[in-house]
Design a protein around this ligand. Sequence first.
Ligand SMILES: [Zn+2]
Length: 106
Amino acid sequence: MKTIFGPEIKVRLKPKYYPFVEPGVGVDGLCIFCKGKGCKVCGGIGWLELAGAGMIHPKVLERGGIDPRIYSGIAWGFGPPRMAMLKFGIEDIRLFNSGDLQFLQQ
Ligand SMILES: [Zn+2]
């Protein structure tokens, strides 16, 4: 996160439920718009969820034909629109799907 956003970014890890991993973890970045005080962009909590991760649930591995007694795995993903919001100061995530060419061509 520091590589993408710079050394001043504040992030936190928190236990988080995702249906295909156990345990799961969420990665939040401090809201750059309100500096953690809470605003409409972050829903008043001061943080924006940027990524999620976790150990792949053994049942998922089994359904994929992989023996969970032999193999395990880590699943993770980032939310590109959320990351772009923080990186470029975009306050409304809906703009990415708006079809507004003036916005999308930036
Ligand atoms: Zn905020």
